[in-house]
Design a protein around this ligand. Structure first.
Ligand SMILES: *[C@@H]1O[C@H](CO)[C@@H](O)[C@H](O)[C@H]1NC(C)=O
Ligand SMILES: *[C@@H]1O[C@H](CO)[C@@H](O)[C@H](O)[C@H]1NC(C)=O
Ligand SMILES: *[C@@H]1O[C@H](CO)[C@@H](O)[C@H](O)[C@H]1NC(C)=O
Length: 392
């Protein structure tokens, strides 16, 4: 009795495993087929491979599995496609068209700058919604998508078209939205695991002889500008303890000491240290709070993801991390020591001998890089579970 049961159980288990394997294989085939197979080896180079590949996936009768490899009859698919192919652009046939469906926060940017600013060629950005059916990509900014998706396109999506999801806010700062699953094809965020990564800033080897000015004159020790105050934020707790051990010049709405944009640079550059405290702590979420003081000749004291994560973006010697010390008190002691020792303080600026920093141009840079990505990658891609990827 017992043995019979267990053999029946194992047979069922075997069938279950076989089914799961089969469906996983199908899932992966559809999820990112370019990884192993279906990377269109049979399509001549001058053709829009992506178009044919994608449509092939919609014609299951044209797909065969031979020796575990997916084989597509491209002759047949191409024949069936003649009516539905992407119309070529009137100007340059080779241009990839990216339609800006919504400008982030309604702030338009110049659409003609991809080549001059990012050396990206063959990309045509447009905000003309009548181009929807021709656009290879469509750009959507998370913060501007209506909760009920009422401002998203209603038209059927051309099969070759990729929808790009743009977000620069951390998961804590952006509303979680379950209705965004299975809608987009590409992600463009500050995260390194996005399809298109656009960090808040970059450091690169100096080119063209651009030299940094000497370290600006300092008349303040530690400064902090904060508008978005929340006493539950980790940075608020750290500040509360730090200020017991060192004097901190504070600015911003919360401290009833607003500063104008023009005044901002003067204030930040006149401080030896600036508290680059992020409002929420997430991997790769390293914002202008770091890059502004770096470019203004002020040493950032960072609170955010671990030091190792910062060092993936900037040299370890360019900043002080709160985790470098056991307590806010020890950090305060170190800052006071640096205040007394100019040689030690200057070591935080050695990166400026061979690197320059730059900040990203929100929206434009995402659009140019997304367009370039679409131009270079013709594979099929769906962001199935945006929700657990971003907020999970
Ligand atoms: C499938 O694999 C077998 C054995 O390795 C080989 O003889 C055969 O040619 C392969 N078929 C194709 C279509 O590649
Ligand atoms: C591919 O499709 C074409 C046109 O439908 C057909 O003539 C050809 O026999 C097919 N080739 C294979 C290998 O099935
Ligand atoms: C893009 O994603 C949508 C929605 O998941 C999917 O239906 C479509 O086939 C994908 N297109 C491409 C070109 O990857």
């Amino acid at each position: 009795m017992e043995t019979q049961n267990s053999s029946r159980c194992c047979k069922n288990l075997f069938i279950a495993v076989a089914l799961i394997t089969f469906f996983s294989a199908i899932f992966y085939m559809y999820y990112e087929p370019s990884v192993n197979w279906l990377n269109c080896p049979a399509v001549p180079k001058h053709e829009v491979c992506g178009n044919i590949c994608i449509n092939a996936l919609k014609m299951p009768d044209q797909i065969q599995l031979v020796n575990n490899t997916c084989i597509v009859n491209f002759t047949s698919v191409r024949h069936q496609l003649t009516q539905t192919e992407a119309p070529s652009s009137q100007g340059d046939d080779l241009d990839t068209i990216l339609l800006i469906w919504m400008f982030p926060f309604g702030q338009p940017f110049d659409l003609g700058l991809c080549s001059s600013m990012y050396d990206i060629h063959g990309c045509h950005l447009t905000a003309d919604k009548s181009q929807f059916n021709r656009a290879h990509g469509v750009f959507f900014h998370h913060g501007d998508i209506n909760g009920d998706l009422s401002n998203m396109p209603k038209l059927p999506r051309p099969p070759f078209q990729k929808w790009v999801w743009i977000n620069m806010e951390s998961p804590s700062n952006s509303g979680q939205r379950s209705n965004l699953n299975n809608l987009f094809n590409l992600t463009a965020t500050y995260r390194q695991d996005s399809d298109i990564m656009v960090p808040y800033g970059r450091m690169s080897v100096e080119s063209g002889g651009k030299k940094h000015e000497k370290i600006p004159h300092k008349n303040k020790l530690v400064c902090w500008i904060v508008s978005n105050w929340n006493s539950n934020y980790e940075r608020s707790k750290y500040y509360a303890e730090l200020k017991e051990h060192i004097s901190i010049e504070t600015y911003g709405n919360h401290f009833n000491r607003r500063i104008s944009d023009q005044h901002y640079s003067d204030v930040v550059s006149s401080c030896k240290f600036y508290l680059s405290f992020e409002n929420s702590i997430h991997k790769d979420y390293i914002t202008e709070k770091l890059y502004n003081p770096l470019s203004l000749g002020t040493v950032p004291v960072v609170l955010g993801p671990p030091r190792k994560n910062y060092e993936e973006f900037i040299p370890g010697s360019a900043f002080i991390h709160v985790h470098d010390f056991n307590s806010p008190k020890e950090l305060a002691e170190h800052l006071k020591l640096l205040d007394q020792n100019d040689d030690l303080y200057r070591q935080y600026f050695t990166w400026r001998e061979h690197l320059v920093e730059s900040r990203s141009f929100f929206g434009l840079e995402h659009a140019c890089r997304a367009c370039d990505h679409i131009r270079r990658n013709k594979n099929y891609r769906v962001v199935n579970d945006l929700n657990s990827w971003y907020w999970g």
